[in-house]
Design a protein around this ligand. Structure first.
Ligand code: ZN
Length: 113
């Protein structure tokens, strides 16, 4: 949970007039919450040595397949460590690729159905 820069209290998310605010219940500090939009995707591709075919690299954690895809720099740095580890252990090549072309294709749920 984020902390209030004024008093160190916990910041809570509140919605006012359709906008998200982070507010402190101790000192009444309030600021507009940054609503992060994903405008780039980072993906690690594994590359088959024989035919150069690429695929999204993934690892398995407790039975769940987790693709190496990130939308922000901090997650990217976490995945880089995993990618280096995978490349070393599996003796494979991994490519880091950034995509920046966004096209909203469909909205599922809420008003989009
Ligand atoms: Zn405060």
């Amino acid at each position: 949970m984020q902390k209030c820069p004024t008093c160190g209290g916990d910041l809570f998310t509140e919605i006012l007039d359709g906008k998200f605010f982070l507010t402190c219940k101790v000192c009444e500090f309030s600021k507009l919450k940054n609503c992060l939009k994903v405008n780039q995707i980072y993906a690690f591709f594994s590359v088959n040595k024989d035919d150069d075919i690429e695929g999204i690299a993934a690892f398995v954690d407790r039975g769940i397949v987790i693709p190496l895809i990130a939308a922000d720099k901090s997650r990217l740095e976490e995945l880089k460590l995993i990618a280096h580890d995978m490349a070393k252990k599996e003796g494979m090549a991994l490519k880091l690729v950034k995509f920046t072309n966004r096209e909203e294709m469909e909205v599922i749920g809420s008003d989009g159905r």
